[in-house]
Structures are given as C-alpha cells and as structure tokens.
Unconditional design. Structure first.
Lengths: 116, 111
C-alpha cells in the first residue's frame, strides 16, 4: 500500500521559469492539501482540493500559483515565473473523508524547489 | 499573535533525560491537536494526538489545556533517536480543515 507520492523530489529552476509539482494521494484518498515550508520556518497551508474541486485556497498567493486535482491523475501545484523567494519544500498530504471529526493527513516526502 | 507558538530551542539533553515542550494556540475554535515529528529534510510524521484527558504512548505523554489554549509534550528517558524537530499542530476548524503548524522545537539528545 504505497503512501503519498510526490515528484520530482528535487527541482531546480531559473528565475522566470515554471515549476510543476505532482502529488499522488494514498489509495482511496480523495482529498489533498498542499503546504509550503520555507527555510527555518514551519509548514504553511496553501490549498485544499478534492477531486475536480478547490475547497480552500486561502493560503495560496494570489498571483503565479495555481493548483488542480483532476478526476484522473495526480494533483498538480503550478508556479509560474518562479522567483528566488519560491525556494522551499512543498509537501502534499492526503486524507479520506469520513464526515465530521478529524481525518489524519498523511504527508508525502516533499518536493524541494530551488530557484537560481 | 501567531496561530501556534513554540519555543524553537534547541534543547540539548543527555540520553536518559526527561524533556518537556510547550505550545500555545490562538484559535479557540480548534478541535484537534497533535504533535508531529520532523527529521532533517524529511516530511512531518504524526507522533501523537493530544486530548484534554491527556494521553500517553510509551515514553511520550501529551496534554491539552483548552482553557489556557496550551499543549505540552513530555519525553521521558530520551534516546539518541529522539533527536528531531517536534511540531505542535492544530487543526484550524473541525473536520477536514487545514493544519496549522508551529515552527517546531529542535531536540538534540547527546550520548
């Protein structure tokens, strides 16, 4: 039973290029969260998606960042025209939905983005 | 005020020591509370959930005080393998809502 998978694990981009980060949730999970961890900082929520829907994007920067979770395939976090300040570890977490109450979020290994 | 605040440490303790971490949170609507562990350059992993009644898992004991909005983690008989960053984590609302992470407290257990 594979856990949450993210790829690539490391991504290097030059300023102005695009970065695409992929997240495949655990089998049976239909909810995905993206978090960003800047150097020496805690994880910060970016966006919460369900299949084909964005549920909460309150943590997503208004420009250059977008996310999707199509019916088929992984969730994608896309960063256009990257800047040095985008260098960070990007983690995704998946969960199932079981109604009220907390459902554990399982984290992937992260993608480390370096912008030169 | 930050949503979740922790002492960043580092805490450098000898093997066998008892160490305690504290955390405060600002959102009184939060319903679920956790301690995660993060090793260097790895993903966070759930260590334990935290309940008002307190819960214990081997050498680890967690406690929640809702009135004071305070969470604690006690590690007894520290092992070298306990060296990591410990993250205080609060669910923003109730049921499938984002997690809010503290910056973490770094622990180094020394032989």
């Amino acid at each position: 039973n594979a856990g949450v998978m993210q790829n690539p694990r490391h991504l290097v981009r030059r300023r102005g290029q695009e970065a695409r980060l992929r997240c495949s949730p655990m089998k049976g999970h239909s909810h995905v969260y993206w978090y960003r961890q800047l150097p020496e900082e805690g994880l910060k929520f970016m966006v919460y998606l369900q299949k084909e829907n964005i549920i909460d994007e309150s943590g997503m920067p208004k420009e250059r960042f977008s996310a999707e979770f199509p019916k088929e395939g992984p969730s994608i976090l896309r960063i256009q025209q990257v800047v040095r300040g985008d260098s960070a570890a990007y983690f995704c977490a998946s969960t199932t939905y079981a109604g009220a109450g907390y459902n554990e979020q399982f984290f992937g290994p992260g993608t480390r983005l370096t912008v030169l | 005020r930050k949503e979740v605040e922790q002492d960043p440490g580092p805490f450098n303790v000898p093997e066998g020591a008892t160490v305690a971490f504290n955390c405060t949170y600002s959102n009184s609507a939060s319903q679920s509370f956790f301690w995660y562990r993060q090793d260097c350059r790895k993903e966070p992993k759930l260590l334990m959930s935290v309940y008002s009644s307190g819960n214990e898992d081997g050498r680890f004991t967690a406690q929640l005080n809702r009135a004071s909005q305070y969470i604690s983690l006690l590690i007894r008989d520290s092992k070298l393998s306990d060296s990591a960053t410990y993250l205080c984590v609060v669910e923003r609302g109730s049921g499938n809502t984002p997690l809010v992470f503290g910056k973490g407290t770094r622990l180094s257990v020394i032989a």
